[in-house]
Design a protein around this ligand. Structure first.
Ligand code: HEM
Length: 396
């Protein structure tokens, strides 16, 4: 495959289905290159890792959007993402991130272990003999966990999956007009939902994340707009990605019976397995930045104002960082995937996502010892948020 074919393939369903051969060609071509869409693509682990921490790079925030897309606020899917911490810069990002981190404490997350295990056991017991793993487990578990954290009533949970799926299309490099309309509708629905929940918690605070964030809003740390956008972000970021980690991980394990057997016999291995799953096939493949100053990328000069796409999935399989990178090997030493990003925007939910996966895989393997893949697993046709649309399994 030549360079142009490899790059073009990422914008086709086949290429998105398995982007790794294309990533190899692009990385071998250059650690950073200018593509015809006038963006710089960064492929090597060393550069991605460095640039995510480089203060000379920023996110496209509300002020930038005002310049290149004056009407962006009318699409409430786009607005939810752009107004959240995910796309803000210092000093706003520092303030909002600090406020959210103060509520998303290690104590609150660690306390979720029992809730995660309880929910996972319930879902496993209810799993039909033939099931779509995504519907029966991979989505419901993180939805239950993040909604429990946020304090969303159980009866409202099923409602979120489609809306989150519709909204996250705004993270893709290219989307259709219809998809953008759906993202807008999903953004409006989610905003209206949280406007209601915020009002309830203002009247009567509870011991949940929404009440804690509302309190930050009342003390003046967060504006009303920021409070709303970040609640939507926490919900959406909290389960789309984690559902994909669970689907990708189960698929990897069930296709490698010896690895599944080892984890079944020893749940202590779960953290190493989860890190290698994250490295081997990251649920988030791309993230974007702008250069605020001229960058010298090991001799490649990127001008100020240039847009950069960090290829997280390519970096995770960089042979300069990992021996034999296309081999799934939970015994690999020093695994530090860039799947949760890095630097100031490092995923706030990483400890929660890791915990969910570390609890879920051993439970699935021990409670369902004959769990197996059956039929055709189908990837979603997305590049940024990678995962399965359906993953048929049988519980034997
Ligand atoms: C396997 C699961 C997950 C993956 C792979 C993932 C990945 C990422 C990545 C790559 C970023 C950084 C984006 C960038 O630098 O541009 C990010 C940010 C973020 N993630 Fe996650 N995430 C996961 C789960 C979660 C969960 C469970 C939550 C919350 C409950 C969450 C909340 C967030 C938030 C709030 C940010 C923005 C942080 C900031 O901008 O300061 N994520 N995530």
């Amino acid at each position: 495959m030549d360079f142009a074919t490899a790059l073009g393939s990422l914008f086709t369903p086949e290429g998105r289905h398995d982007p790794y051969p294309a990533y190899d060609v692009l990385r071998a071509h250059a650690p950073a290159f200018l593509a015809p869409d006038e963006r710089w693509y960064v492929t090597s682990h060393a550069l991605v890792n460095r640039l995510l921490r480089d203060p000379g790079l920023r996110l496209a925030d509300a002020r930038d959007y005002d310049q290149f897309w004056p009407d962006w606020r009318q699409n409430r899917g786009v607005a939810s993402v752009v107004l959240s911490m995910l796309q803000s810069n210092p000093p706003d990002h520092t303030r909002v991130r600090r406020a959210a981190a103060a509520t998303f404490t290690p104590r609150r997350i660690a306390a979720m272990r029992e809730v995660i295990a309880g929910q996972a056991e319930e879902l496993i017991k209810a799993m039909p003999a033939h099931a779509d793993f995504m519907t029966a487990f991979a989505y419901p578990l993180p939805i239950a966990v993040i909604t429990a954290l946020l304090g969303v009533p159980e009866s409202d949970r099923a409602w979120f999956r489609q809306r989150a799926a519709d909204l996250t299309v705004v993270l893709e490099p290219i989307s259709t007009v219809d998809e953008m309309d759906q993202a807008d509708a999903a953004g409006r629905d989610l905003e209206n939902y949280f406007i209601g929940l915020i009002a309830e918690r203002r009247r009567e605070p509870k011991d949940d994340l929404t009440s804690a964030l509302v309190a930050q809003g009342e003390s003046g740390t967060l504006t009303g707009e920021e409070l709303l956008a970040n609640l939507v972000l926490l919900l959406v970021a909290g389960f789309e990605t984690t559902a994909n980690l669970l689907g990708i991980g189960l698929h990897l394990l069930l296709r490698r019976p010896a690895e599944a057997e080892r984890l079944r016999a020893d749940a202590e291995l779960a953290p190493a397995y989860v890190e290698e799953i994250l490295r081997y096939d990251s649920p988030v493949q791309l993230t974007s930045r702008f250069a605020t100053e001229t960058l010298d990328l090991d001799g490649v000069i990127v001008p100020a104002g240039a847009g950069l796409t960090m290829m997280l999935g390519a970096a995770n399989r960089d042979p300069a960082r990992y021996d034999d990178p296309h081999r799934f090997d939970p015994d690999r030493p020093n695994v530090q995937p860039v799947s949760f990003g890095g630097g100031a925007h490092y995923c706030l939910g990483a400890p929660l996502a890791r915990l969910e996966a570390q609890v879920a895989f051993p439970l699935l393997l021990t409670m369902l010892p004959r769990l197996a893949l059956t039929g055709d697993a189908e990837y979603r046709d997305r590049l940024t948020l990678r995962g399965f649309a359906t993953l048929p399994v049988t519980t034997g």
